[in-house]
Design a protein around this ligand. Structure first.
Ligand code: ARG
Length: 577
């Protein structure tokens, strides 16, 4: 692990154990960057309190036992008991060389690679994807990429809503329109109009409603002709979703689609097993599971309905079949559901039921990666001016259009083709980054000007920082140096180097917390450290050839980490902008 904090933490833990006994082995060394040295450890504060001894004395005992030979050149106790640490230059050079040479940039493969299922996107057939699906798609894709980079086996699953009672009316509406006309409407992504028309007829025309109900019965009964029509309907909307994925540059493919209908053949088995295990019982004509610990307002147990009164199966039944399949058939150790916060209770109940049924057992675990809403400038739900759901393809058109202006202003010299490609990358990148960089559980305001700005924690800022470093090499007509030793002297140079060494640890943090904004924050800080370095330390005009080469190597490594980090967020990093 390249981040020196790891080696230092370990050394502190050993010293604390040596000085105060194994019962304190777990004490937090509390290491952070310091303005007085490279790092400072504040362990003695908490430990002193616990031991009832002055922190300075505790710090002295720790330092006395510390074995930092080869890692630190200076260890000093300061103030009430902080321990200031300065790394050995050779150690820093070695860690930087390690980071740069392996091409892995300090990303260490997980000691225990897991099979991880990431359930994301999950739009509903014959309905427009809404911004909630957009968030799920963007966040889920970033998490899948990060987990993969750490060596886990990632299985992407797109839990498409492709089954249920609305399909009766949707199929009848398709027949009324004529299959060709219906296909046309669906494939261009006019899904909401299609759905609304069907709904209006269902509500206003009793004969149509009756036909729709009979159609549902035939669909569920496995009638071949009906299934054919249903498949066609799903295929057309799937095609539209795929076109959105391509434009967004997300890694979901057709092979990752496992819609609700995929679990139909498993539903009876799931019910039978829940019955056998005494987990399901009749309640008001429906079959329900009552997982422990979930109660309604009046304290009554809350049901998870697994078979409705009319004999049909719903969202909960399908998710139970899916979790059982993922754990017992696929054998995944980690299940990640990237779905909006309003479904928190649903997932908590599904997970609890899976635990009671014995499907979900440690070390396997299930996590609901919840997220907040996207708001408009008025702080209300993000909608079009007419109050409709924002159509994703329109949103992406607008993003690229706005980015085109911004890119042209920034660099009028870029030729038309390059400018077009950069505008696409900036537009899509800005939308994604705005989403990923905010703490996902919070709502965020969708603001074109802010997300497209070249200042602040934005995609254009980071993309530009990367392109600017690449331009240093282009302008000087030098190749990116590989295998050149980096030696750090100046404080700004040192700060940049220490920041670079954190990359792998940041990815591990994202994998553990499933919070992509931590990676965004890191890249933003890295770009800031680079700017300070570049202002203070001449690169091409460095005082000696050796320093020049070392600094060029530092620039190159920064560009690599920025590009890799953006890539893991699903954002392109063009060479020039
Ligand atoms: N189709 C669902 C919706 O639009 C999202 C599916 C999420 N995944 C799941 N396994 N339930 O709300």
């Amino acid at each position: 692990m390249a981040d020196p904090v790891h080696a230092l933490s370990r050394a502190f833990q050993e010293a604390i154990t040596a000085a105060f006994g194994a019962e304190h082995a777990g004490a937090d060394p509390s290491l952070r960057r310091s303005s007085h040295a490279d790092y400072q450890a504040n362990a003695a504060m908490a430990l002193g309190k616990r031991l009832g001894r002055p922190p300075r004395e505790v710090a002295a005992a720790i330092v006395g036992a510390l074995q930092l030979g080869g890692i630190c050149r200076k260890v000093e106790i300061a103030g009430p008991g902080f321990v200031n640490l300065t790394l050995e230059d050779a150690y820093l050079t070695r860690e930087l060389a390690d980071t740069a040479s392996s091409g892995r940039l300090g990303i260490a493969p997980a000691a225990q690679p897991e099979t991880v299922i990431v359930d994301y996107s999950g739009p509903n057939a014959a309905k427009e994807m809404h911004v909630g699906h957009l968030r799920s798609t963007i966040i889920g894709d970033a998490l899948a990429r990060v987990l993969e980079a750490l060596g886990h086996r990632v299985i992407r699953q797109n839990h498409l809503g492709d089954w249920g009672t609305p399909f009766g009316m949707l199929i009848e509406h398709m027949l009324d329109l004529g299959e060709a006309a219906a296909s046309q409407e669906l494939s261009v992504g006019d899904l909401d109009a299609f759905y609304r028309q069907a709904r209006a007829k269902f509500d206003g025309d009793p004969a149509f409603a009756e036909r729709s109900r009979r159609r549902v019965v035939r669909l569920q009964g496995g009638d071949e002709q009906t299934l054919g029509l249903w498949r066609q309907l799903v295929r057309e909307s799937t095609r539209y979703f795929e076109s959105v994925y391509r434009r967004l540059g997300v890694t979901l493919t057709e092979a990752d689609f496992a819609g609700e209908s995929f679990y139909n053949p498993m539903l009876l088995d799931v019910l039978a097993e829940l019955g056998q295990k005494g987990l399901a019982r009749e309640s008001e004509g429906a079959l329900c599971v009552f997982p422990a610990g979930f109660t309604g307002k009046g304290g009554e147990p809350l049901p998870l309905i697994v078979r409705k009164q009319d004999g049909g199966y719903g969202y909960a039944t399908t998710d139970l079949a899916a979790i059982r399949h993922r754990l017992t058939t696929v054998g995944a150790q980690r299940l990640i559901y990237v779905v909006g916060a309003p479904q928190s209770q649903h997932f908590a109940m599904v997970f609890a039921t899976a635990r009671e049924a014995g499907w979900l057992r440690p070390p396997a675990r299930a996590e609901h990666v919840a997220f907040g809403s996207v708001l408009g400038a008025d702080k209300k739900m993000f909608k079009t001016r007419s109050g409709d759901t924002v159509k994703l393809s329109d949103l992406l058109d607008e993003a690229v259009e706005r980015a085109t202006k911004v890119v042209r202003e920034k660099n009028p010299e870029l030729d038309a083709e390059a400018a077009g490609a950069v505008a696409r990358a900036v537009g899509v990148g800005a939308v994604k980054y705005a989403d990923l960089s905010s703490d996902r559980i919070k709502d965020y305001v969708f603001d074109w000007d802010r997300m497209l700005a070249f200042e602040g924690n934005t995609a254009p800022y980071l993309m530009y920082a990367h392109a600017r470093i690449r331009s240093i090499f282009r302008k000087a007509g030098v190749e990116s140096p590989r295998g050149v030793g980096i030696t750090v002297g100046e404080p700004a140079e040192r700060a940049l180097a220490l920041e670079l060494l954190r990359f792998g640890a940041v990815l591990e943090d994202v994998a553990a917390t499933l919070e992509p904004h931590r990676l965004c924050g890191y890249l933003f800080e890295l770009a800031g450290s680079f700017t300070t370095f570049y202002e203070r330390c001449p690169v091409l005009r460095a005082e000696s050839e050796e320093v020049r080469r070392s600094r060029l190597a530092l620039c190159d490594l920064t560009a690599e980490v920025l590009a890799k980090g953006l890539g893991l967020l699903g954002i392109e990093a063009p060479e020039r902008m």
